[in-house]
Design a protein around this ligand. Structure first.
Ligand SMILES: *Cc1c(COP(=O)(O)O)cnc(C)c1O
Length: 387
């Protein structure tokens, strides 16, 4: 089966991890700060805090933003459940903003209308850079300035991408940005995540929340420490630390970030070219952005049959995403199908084609051939929308 995503691990990556295994530090060592610095430098942001996964990153980002009971977190329904669950972890209420039918990102028009209509403004907004293409951060930044909410970008798909010529993750229009290093994402640490921020106060808080809420800084202790052994727990934190093994892998993967994203663009261009005459809608590339191309999503009618056919021909397609508000857990919270119709319409036709830097042209040709066959079999009407 040709998978939809796959990690790209080199001998050099393996050596980098092995070096850590032979060193004194398996966790809480120097490899972590090296990884944080490598990512912060690439993204053009002041601070980076590496954690065990992006779900943990979203959780402590929300806590650092002060999200709690009685507060609202708004996000896109077209995302992985973690972008919304982080609000529930903090005891907040979660709500959604429907998507733009062209970018599949949270719609700024819908957000503007929802903000104007509500009595209950969000404390935190989590825009998700779906498939690796940035949301319209300048417009979101303007709304943030007007309404005063905290913006946490879910950039899990988007490291290596750019927005208006600057790297995603620079937090020019947001308070924090979160990255994921799960094996299907752009670079991997096995499991891993990171929070980026330009704000010193959030950085300090995030470092504490990553490790039990404990500080060793005497200035932050309520009373002067009795001796140099004293650590003080001043917040309720967690063990969300990443290991040095993972961080070393991440630092080494960063060396190939450009290469990875360029390769994804080559593959996307080939899909664009070879699928141009098929009855399907290809992903729209916003000229303001360079996507990191975590996903290449097509829209096709008779989705279920086409999906089944592709799987049967050995093509490991997937669907991103089942709208979060239609998940059983969110239905129990009172959400209903029909509430965010653009995300539901999008979902009903979505298929993610294989997209990863190690995908060979030969395998990509198999994907294209299988798709041609499936489309002709169901004689799908041409439904591509105008750009
Ligand atoms: C992968 C992903 C996450 C969660 O990442 P983990 O590192 O697996 O916790 C969150 N949000 C989005 C949009 C993702 O794609």
């Amino acid at each position: 089966m040709i998978p939809y995503g796959h990690q790209d691990i080199s001998d050099d990556d393996i050596e980098a991890v092995t070096r850590v295994l032979r060193s004194d530090w398996l966790t809480q060592g120097p490899a972590i700060e090296q990884f944080e610095q490598a990512v912060a430098r690439h993204c053009g942001v002041k601070h980076a805090v590496a954690v065990s996964n992006a779900t943990a990153a979203l959780h402590i980002a929300c806590l650092a933003a002060g999200l709690g009971e009685g507060d609202q977190l708004w996000t896109s329904p077209n995302t992985f459940v973690a972008s919304a669950n982080c609000g529930l972890y903090c005891g907040a209420t979660v709500d959604f903003v429907d998507i733009d039918p062209r970018t599949y990102n949270l719609s700024v028009e819908s957000l503007t209308a929802k903000l104007a209509a509500t009595q209950n403004l969000p404390k935190v907004l989590v825009p998700v850079h779906f498939s690796g293409q940035s949301c319209d951060m300048q417009a979101i930044g303007a709304l943030r300035a007007r309404y005063g909410f905290t913006v946490i970008e879910d950039a899990s798909h988007a490291i290596g991408g750019s927005y208006r010529g600057k790297p995603v993750g620079n937090c020019e229009f947001s308070d924090m940005a979160v990255l994921s290093f799960h094996p299907v994402k752009i670079i991997t640490t096995g499991e891993g995540g990171m929070i980026l921020t330009n704000r010193d106060d959030l950085h300090e808080k995030l470092l504490r929340l990553r490790s039990h809420g404990i500080t060793r800084d005497p200035k932050l202790m309520p009373t002067p420490p009795e001796g140099p052994w004293v650590y003080a727990q001043i917040d309720l934190g967690f063990n969300y630390r990443i290991t040095d093994l993972q961080a070393a892998l991440g630092t080494n993967q960063m060396k190939r970030l450009k290469e990875f994203v360029n390769r994804r663009h080559e593959l996307a261009s080939r899909y664009d070219e070879k699928l141009a005459n098929l009855p399907l809608t290809r992903p729209w590339q916003n000229p303001d952005c360079r996507s990191a191309l975590h996903l290449y999503v097509i829209q096709v009618s008779e989705r279920a049959q086409v999906f089944r056919d592709l799987r049967e021909s050995g093509v490991g397609v997937n669907v991103h995403y089942i709208p979060v508000h239609t998940q059983p857990y969110y239905q129990h919270l009172g959400f209903r199908s029909g509430m965010f119709p653009e995300s539901e319409k999008y979902y009903s036709k979505a298929i993610s084609l294989p997209m990863y830097s190690g995908l060979s042209e030969n395998d990509q040709n198999k994907v294209i051939a299988a798709l041609e066959k499936a489309c002709s079999r169901y004689s799908i009407e041409f439904q591509a929308t105008d750009d």
